[in-house]
Design a protein around this ligand. Sequence first.
Ligand code: ATP
Ligand code: MG
Length: 583
Amino acid sequence: MSAEESVDDTGIDPRLLARLLGYLRPYARWMLLTLALITAASAVQQAGPFLTKIAVDDYILPGDAEGLGWVISVYASLLVLQFGISYAQGWATSMVGQWAMRDVRAQIFAHLQRLPLRFYDRTPIGRLMAHNTSDVDALNELFTDGVVSVLSDIFTIFAILGYIFYMDVKLGLLTSAALPLCFIAIVWLQQRTFRADRVARTRFARFTASLQEVISGMEIVQLFGCEQRSADRFAEANDAYLDARLQRTFYHSLYFPFMELCGVGVMALVLWYGGGQVLREQIEWGVLVAMLQYVTRFFMPIRDIAERYSTLQMAMASSERIFELLDYEPEPVGGGYRAERVRGEIEFRDVSFAYEGEDWVLREASFRASPGQSIALVGATGAGKSTIINLISRFYEIQRGQILLDGVDVREWDVEALRRHIGVVQQDVFLFAGDIEGNIGLDRTSRDRVEQAARDVNADRFIATLPKGLAHQVAERGVSFSAGQRQLLAFARALAAEPDILVLDEATANIDTETEMWIQEAVDKLMDGRTSIVVAHRLSTIRNADKILVMHHGRIREEGRHEELLAQQGIYYRLHQLQYSEE
Ligand SMILES: Nc1ncnc2c1ncn2[C@@H]1O[C@H](COP(=O)(O)OP(=O)(O)OP(=O)(O)O)[C@@H](O)[C@H]1O
Ligand SMILES: [Mg+2]
């Protein structure tokens, strides 16, 4: 079994359980109420057979009809009482569970927003989604079903034993001796079923993942004639899933017959011994009648506990994942430095940076952008241009050197204040579900500013062609927009925030000449009057820059204006020849 298939073997960790139960602390009073209700419910529920004993021995056998009527009415009132208690208990338990769930979800979400990008680079989105949905749901089962039901089952067993021992100690000892055997066997079978179930589910996930991949990549599959390879992989996943299901069926089919067997066995034992005792007049008839009812009642809670144990384990695995996430160190909030406005001076001093270990992506990079200056970053793909841009906003921590904004180290800046001064347009534009206005203003800018920003970057023209204009709903992350249109929206978004510094990662996508012209105009306007650092792919942007930094394998190798760099006949010259010779 692979590691992911054996997670259920972890058992129940008391420390984890304690931490989980901590979420119930705010609702401690409700929990106490629940416990009281469970105790009452078990006692009342198990009084039934005992009442039949009284009915048989004290009224039926002696032939006291009036007394029998009295017992029957007590029985009926107990049923009503039990209904009321169970209802109240179920309600209280669910509410507490739901409240705790809400708290966990809120905590996860708040934490997600504070996690550094480094974390998101490594964690698949699907997994994070699962934490906030299915893992939390598993916890719900723990809070409501798990803990409370197990307690309730245990109380029930004790209530039954209590009544039995009260009636006859020997019969009590006999049943208590038979039960553990059944209990162990049932739990064992349930465990096996559950484990097989887990394996089946993991394999099912793997099999749907491979199915999804093939379907979404069908074009490539058919284009490159990979049908056989896909079919083989699918068949493999399919068969593995089948195996797991068959195993589960094996144990699961044993489970119920075995329960019956246990029930009948204990029943026979009671009949044999109890019947003998009655005939020898050692115990009363009513005791035997009550016993036969109690024996069948034992198995419900035992089966429940066996099932809950699996639920508990599953919830443990979920909570482990949730706590792992919650324990991941959040993004630093930085120092306390804030400033209302900045001049816009940016300096890199011998900055070395690696995303991972010693894989240096930037090596001793140094440059300075004076206030109002525009800097163009150029270099081959993977040279580290986008990295520089990410570092200015302190999305990652550098290992060596210093990055300064207005002469203050970014680590001394309050992160939020720092980012408020910097308008970033990334290479890949992300559009939220919602309307265009919300996507530009991010719901914190007035409509006027949004309109102004859209006009300033020439986005208004294409927005006007949309049926609802600014109220147009963005579908599916904006797939219906062209790359150029998305860029324009991103420009508008950056401008609407009125940043002092502009950081722009020009998209490399091919854009039609008309949009290209608008974009060019927009970029000029964006850069106007503010310090700008632009990863430039357009020759015009590069030419207009005050300074060009040429990056090569994480180092800044050349620095200067367009003509100067061309004259050097170095890296820039070669890049220029390769990329722009046709323009
Ligand atoms: N989040 C990340 N985690 C790990 N490595 C990364 C990450 N982002 C980028 N890298 C690596 O860092 C190096 C520089 O990447 P960067 O994105 O800065 O290049 P770039 O100059 O912007 O390239 P392009 O012109 O293609 O956008 C690459 O080798 C890349 O594989
Ligand atoms: Mg890049």
